[in-house]
Write a protein of this length. Structure first.
Length: 376
């Protein structure tokens, strides 16, 4: 990237920060960003928790097959009419317990609107779309600090839930800290908290941890109408640019959502995305490959950073959270000057950075740059 192109990128990013809340320093917020650069510039993109291995070959073939129907509205394309059922079957729920939408981020915004009649209880830091939307709506947002190990403090969150609470939000595995909760502890929390408010569990990264930490909370929705589980095709399936996500809940809850702000959001999901997602569900080999390569990149990055004396939070996802110690500059901006895109921010306990795991070559380049910035 030339100096001019880099200055132009930073200028656009600054403008976006004013209008959209985006900042290289906002690692607890949205991961979407304006990329104003040419692909051949060589920028290593490790700032949005994307899947560096792309969509599956089966999904690519599906897109080719569905392309002739891009001129049709989804209701007029027989090939995708079974998608909701296939998605529900894959997760062992029913179509009546399922809503499909254009990305889980859109679901977070809609849920904030749906349950804006009280306060929101969430963690800090956490993924920022829902609390940011809630504040825009005038909701009181009660932020409960994470534990010293950067894990959700379920006991403190439980105490924060009152009769005034309309929604509780937990991102598990957590963004930006990459930690995970013990399934039994999270189940107990969900059951108790759902007696007072709606409880939303965002499982965008649930495919990355090993057992038992990859256990979904989906098993709770049949008996607990106040529990919602949401997910996305953006991460393990590599479909971030195709924009497709989903919400699962008790059938009665789904009816209420559809009668409110979730009025047929599947209509806004492209034919290409739906058919690609159908194919991706059938490609277990692609998901296994992604998990294995991500695990190798994660271990390499963790070992290298620890060897450099960084305090790294053990990761259960496709990104890592680590402390920058007494670093004096703007770490994300300084990394961007070296063609590495990451996130960083200041917190009460110091400066922290979040780096997504690219492929192994990406991570070797990241570590090589880190060694020039933090010489032994």
């Amino acid at each position: 990237m030339t100096n001019f192109a880099r200055r132009k990128w930073l200028k656009h990013s600054s403008l976006a920060a004013l209008g959209l809340g985006f900042s290289l320093r906002s690692i607890a917020g949205e991961d979407y960003m304006p990329y104003n650069f040419e692909p051949q510039t060589g920028l290593v993109i490790l700032g949005a928790n994307e899947n560096p291995y792309g969509i599956s070959e089966k999904a690519k073939e599906a897109i080719k097959e569905i392309m002739p129907y891009a001129n049709r509205y989804s209701g007029n394309v027989p090939l995708i009419q079974t998608f909701k059922k296939e998605l529900a079957d894959f997760y062992h729920v029913t179509p009546e317990q399922t809503i499909i939408m254009p990305g889980s981020g859109e679901g977070l915004r809609l849920l904030a609107r749906q349950y804006s009649n009280g306060n929101l209880v969430t963690a800090t830091p956490t993924f920022g779309i829902l609390p940011t939307t809630a504040r825009k709506l005038g909701m009181e947002v009660i932020e409960v600090p994470l534990t010293a190990g950067k894990v959700h403090d379920l006991e403190a969150m439980q105490k924060a839930v009152t009769a005034k609470t309309s929604l509780v939000y937990i991102c598990n595995p957590a963004n930006p800290t990459a930690t995970v909760l013990k399934p039994d502890a999270l189940k107990n929390f969900c059951i108790e908290a759902s007696g007072k408010a709606m409880v939303l569990i965002d499982e965008a990264y649930i495919d990355f941890p090993d057992a038992p930490y990859n256990e979904s909370m989906l098993g709770l929705i049949e008996d607990h109408p106040n529990i919602i589980v949401m997910g996305t095709f953006s991460k393990i399936h590599g479909m971030a640019g195709l924009r497709i996500g989903y919400v699962f809940a008790h059938a009665d809850t789904i009816k209420k959502l559809q009668a409110g702000y979730f009025d047929n959001p599947q209509y806004s999901v492209s034919n290409l995305a739906q058919y690609a997602a159908m194919a991706s569900l059938k490609d277990a080999a692609h998901r296994t490959m992604t998990r294995e390569k991500n695990a190798a990149a994660r271990q390499y990055t963790y070992d290298a950073l620890v060897q450099m004396k960084f305090h790294c939070i053990p990761s259960y996802t496709n990104f890592m959270f680590f402390n920058l110690g007494n670093y004096k500059g703007d770490f994300a901006a300084d990394m961007l000057q070296r063609n590495i895109l990451v996130r960083s921010n200041d917190y009460p306990d110091g400066k922290w950075a979040r780096v997504s795991f690219g492929n192994m070559d990406d991570m070797k380049q990241f570590i090589a740059v880190m060694k020039t910035m933090f010489p032994a």
